[in-house]
Write a protein that binds this ligand. Structure first.
Ligand code: SF4
Length: 496
């Protein structure tokens, strides 16, 4: 879809929304008048008001809308807001439907409700902000406000010098057809695993020394991937020993190991993980329908998931997360509801309901597989919400991704007392995250809500080759952390 701006240069907020509302139409920025499909977004300044107007044309239908604000309120944030609002209102006239997340295009919609509540706003104020200003549906705003309540709890637990650590294992037994992560299958890239672990052990030991001298301490630790349990039991034991030898975990609230694929788990490995200090584990069926598992190339069965869950309980795991994905090929609302009821019968502490996101790197995308419709996915998610709430689960964090079926969301649900802290710290950017291993991103929280990012190389091969540079980068990161620790606490952020 063409996009022409008149009287302003705020391309990003309008274009992001256009890409979200018309995901099948590549966006094309133009600087001249055009005929046919596209958007004209204009901004005009009168004597009293700043007015944003949008004209959206698609398939012979045209929608117009405008929003205005008094000139005295026309700062950058409010200007972007009226540009987005006018675009959204015009586009929905053409679409004939209202998307679940309204005019919000970011990956972290809860940030708005959390900010509002952190600044003293009530749950009703936060819901009103989402629904009236950004046109979010009441169902989604309820998810956000519920999740924000957990963020407030997580924020209260923070102490000066807190940070969290992520350790990445970008290997999997085989590659799922919907996967767009940088994760290498052991079948093809197994030879890289031993040198990868060697490099990772170096990074853990090095970071441990820097941390010990820094005055910072670990609040939560997350081993993700890929599938960390692709490691053999002896490899996992060595890795956990290195973690315990290098890091002081005495103030760590939670240590998660992502088991991911049930076919990588057995009782011995689960015992190693439990005895190595992990307090939480993920066992991810994605679906409990064997035909759907086969359709996405996951080489395990629902029965293996049940057995892995039983073994995890037997070795002592009380806190177990299970992931499901709405929108997989061959799935239906009925089968998805059945998957969830099989998962709930196991009584996990967390259930994370993802929506399929089809990125270009995924085989499923390349093969143009037929997927459940947006209406089906919507039914799956609303049915899941009803069941989860009936089983005393509440949403504790959520996020969105690009290219999600129906433009919905991923939601982490927990039973009371089992909030997944790392997920909140990371997603709500409440404190610094140190990333170790391939594919991770170090994010340092700076004053005034700013972040400084340092990427680790994505592929295991690059990670192995560049380990010395990565260790040097850790020095840089700790220099920044050291400077931050010397600064006085920042003032409270201003209210909206
Ligand atoms: S288990 Fe996860 S990371 Fe591994 S291939 Fe499947 S989707 Fe990708």
């Amino acid at each position: 879809m063409k996009l022409l701006l008149i009287g302003h240069t705020e391309r990003y907020p309008v274009e992001q929304l256009q890409m979200q509302l018309f995901p099948d139409e590549p966006s094309e920025f133009v600087t001249h008048r055009f005929t046919g499909d596209g958007t004209v977004s204009s901004l005009s300044r009168g004597k009293k008001y700043l007015t944003a107007t949008a004209k959206v044309t698609k398939g012979g239908k045209t929608g117009f809308a405008s929003r205005r604000i008094p000139l005295e309120n026309a700062d950058v944030r409010m200007t972007r807001r009226i540009l987005q609002q006018s675009y959204y209102l015009a586009a929905t006239k053409v679409l004939g439907t209202a998307p679940p997340w309204g005019a919000l295009s970011g990956v972290r919609p809860t940030k708005l409700s959390t900010k509002c509540m952190l600044e003293g706003g009530s749950e009703t104020d936060a819901a009103k902000l989402l629904e009236k200003t950004y046109f979010v549906t009441p169902e989604r705003s309820r998810l956000c406000v519920d999740a924000s309540k957990h963020t407030l709890e997580a924020a209260k637990l923070l102490e000066p010098g807190d940070l969290s650590v992520y350790i990445g294992i970008p290997f999997c037994p085989t590659r799922c057809s919907y996967c767009s992560f940088v994760s290498e299958s052991i079948e093809r890239f197994g030879a890289f695993l031993p040198p990868y672990l060697e490099a990772l052990h170096r990074e853990i030991a090095y970071t441990g020394k820097l941390l010990a001298d820094s005055g910072y301490h670990i609040r939560s630790l997350y081993m993700g991937g890929g599938t960390p349990t692709t490691l053999s039991s002896p490899q996992m034991k060595e890795l956990l020993r290195a973690i315990n030898d290098s890091f002081d975990l005495s103030r760590c609230l939670e240590f998660t190991v992502e088991g991911g694929r049930p076919d990588t788990l057995d009782e011995e490995k689960l015992r190693v993980i439990h005895d190595g200090g992990a307090t939480r584990i993920s066992i991810n069926p994605q679906t409990m329908a064997d035909d759907v598992l086969a359709a996405v190339g996951r080489k395990h069965t629902a029965a293996q998931t049940v057995e892995a869950f039983r073994q995890a309980r037997a070795v002592g795991f009380e806190d177990i997360n299970m992931d499901l994905i709405a929108g997989l090929p061959e799935d239906t609302p009925e089968k998805f509801a059945d998957s969830l009821s099989q998962v709930l019968a196991l009584n996990p502490s967390n259930v994370t309901v993802h929506t399929l996101a089809l990125k270009k790197g995924a085989n499923l995308f390349q093969n143009r597989t037929v997927l459940p419709t947006n209406e089906d996915v919507s039914q799956m998610l609303s049915g899941a919400e009803t069941s989860l709430r009936a089983h005393s689960f509440v949403p504790y964090y959520l996020y969105r991704q690009k290219y999600m079926s129906g433009s919905f969301e991923n939601t982490g649900w927990c039973r009371p007392g089992f909030t997944g802290w790392y997920n909140i710290y990371m997603m709500e950017e409440l404190h610094t995250i140190l990333s170790l291993g391939g594919g991770g991103m170090n994010k340092i929280n700076l004053p005034a809500g700013q972040l400084e990012r340092f990427h680790n190389p994505k592929s295991p091969q690059d990670y192995i080759a560049r380990i010395d540079t990565i260790l040097h980068q850790k020095d840089e990161i700790f220099e920044i952390l050291h400077k931050l620790a010397q600064q006085p606490a920042p003032n409270e952020e201003e209210c909206e």
